[in-house]
Every structure is written in C-alpha cells, then in structure tokens.
Design a protein around this ligand. Structure first.
Ligand SMILES: [Zn+2]
Length: 270
C-alpha cells in the first residue's frame, strides 16, 4: 500500500479528544504513516508534544496561530525556543498572517484596530521565523487574504528557513513565487471539491517535488466526506485525486511527497 503523511493536523482539537487512538489507527490502516500535530498556541503546542511522546506515528509542530495573536504574550521567543528544543518537535508553526476576519468587521472597531492587529501578527510571525532560523527548523506558514504581506515578511528569512505555505489555495504564479523562495506548498481536500478546478490546475503546474499533502482536519474533509469532520486517514482520498491530477501512480506520488516531507520536517522518517 502506498504510504503518505498528514503534514498538518491539529490533533489536540476537542473534535478528536474522544477517540484519538481510533483516529490514528484509522490513519495507519489507510497508509498514513505519520501525522504532524500542529500547535496553535502554547497550550496546544504542549499538547502536540504530549501526543508525539505518546504515539510513535505523531510528531509535533510548535507555534502560535495568527488568528490567536491577541491572546499571545508580547515576546514568545524564549518559551517557543524551549518548546522547539523537544526531541519530538519537527517544525515551527503554525504561524503567519490571517486577514480574513479583521477587527473592523465587528461593530465598534475600525481601521486603527486593523492596523494594530496586523502589526501584532507581523511581530509574532517574525519571532517564529527568528526562532526557526536559530534552531535550524523549518516553518509551517498560514496565509489567508494576506499573500503579499506574508511573502514580503518571509523573504528576508528565506535563505535560512524553509516555509510550507500550508492549505495552499492560490494560483500557479503564486506557487512559483513560493517555490522560488526555496519553500513548499501543501494541498488539502479542497483538491477533491467540485469547485476545486483552479486548485487542481495549480497542482498540475507544481513540480512533483514541490508539494506535500495535508488534511488541515477537522476542516476541509475531501469528497466523499465533504462537510463531515475530517481526519488524517482522508489523506488517502486527497492522494488519489492528486495522483490523477499529476498523471502519476500512487507509488510515485508517495515516494515524492514523503521524500519532500522527510527533508522538510525534522525527525520524520528517521
Ligand atoms: Zn492554517
């Protein structure tokens, strides 16, 4: 059976709390050999590490999601460095910029709150990249409605840190800009959606060694599970669509995407 990784799954989400061993067993049965559990704040990063200690097929990424920045301490660098030194930590993240729901979309807030919020996200993103560069780890980057700012902020670090622009949903030209920085993209179940043709076109243009697969569960369950809770086992369905789009066998896709992920994530495949 061709083997794949789920490179982006916040397994600490309450959606999985009731049955995590079963979720991981289903992933293994589907050929998903390893799952990167993504931290979205320090508590979730600690839980990701705890899961990686408990389950041999889980590794952790540690970081603070840009949508949660208002709860973050001013300077996260020293606690982040401590977390990242753990031997089950594979990457920094997720971090990045998310302008999807700015403060000004709520009543009582305006443009000045938006400016402050964006500045806060930018500061935290920079702190993640500094720690990643210091420790020689790569970085899981979340970008939503913030493409130009995300690329501009990442660029000065591109020589020292590789990023994966996860849940990639942009066009082929944008994918080429990411790859030109020495970074990667990763694709979710959106690839399988009826209205996912644009993204399938992006994947078709992406070199076989330029991307990884992920679920971003519990969201974005691929067809035929669309609308249901997503879980790592569904990388199987994503991989089937990806192989069809790339015109390659599942074995070739497995070899390429696993090799890419093993270079990107520390300890993976070791
Ligand atoms: Zn994300």
């Amino acid at each position: 059976m061709p083997v794949f990784y789920d490179t982006h799954a916040p397994l600490d989400y309450p959606d999985f709390a009731e049955e995590l061993p079963q979720v991981l067993a289903r992933a293994e049965a589907a050929g998903i050999a390893n799952v990167i559990s993504i931290g979205t704040d320090f508590e979730s990063s600690r839980q990701a590490i705890a899961l990686a200690e408990q389950f041999p097929n889980v590794l952790a990424a540690v970081g603070w999601h840009p949508s949660n920045v208002t709860e973050a301490p001013e300077d996260i660098r020293s606690p982040l460095r401590e977390l990242a030194r753990h031997p089950r930590v594979a990457a920094i993240g997720e971090t990045g910029l998310d302008y999807h729901r700015l403060p000004s979309t709520s009543p009582g807030s305006g443009a000045s709150e938006d400016v402050r919020y964006k500045a806060r996200q930018a500061e935290l993103f920079r702190q993640h990249l500094e720690i990643a560069a210091d420790l020689g780890l790569n970085c899981v980057i979340h970008q939503r409605d913030s493409l130009e700012d995300s690329l501009a902020q990442f660029q000065p670090f591109a020589a020292r840190v590789r990023g994966v622009f996860h849940c990639f949903a942009n066009d082929a030209a944008t994918m080429r800009r990411v790859l030109a920085l020495g970074s990667l993209v990763s694709f979710t179940g959106i690839l399988t959606f009826k209205n996912g043709q644009n993204l399938r076109d992006t994947l078709a243009a992406t070199p076989l060694d330029g991307f990884m697969l992920e679920t971003d569960c519990p969201y974005l369950a691929p067809v035929p599970y669309r609308g249901k809770r997503c879980e790592p086992a569904y990388v199987k369905e994503i991989s089937e669509t990806a192989a069809r789009v790339k015109g390659c066998s599942l074995e070739e896709l497995s070899r390429a995407t696993c090799a890419t992920a093993e270079v990107f994530f520390r300890h993976l495949g070791a």
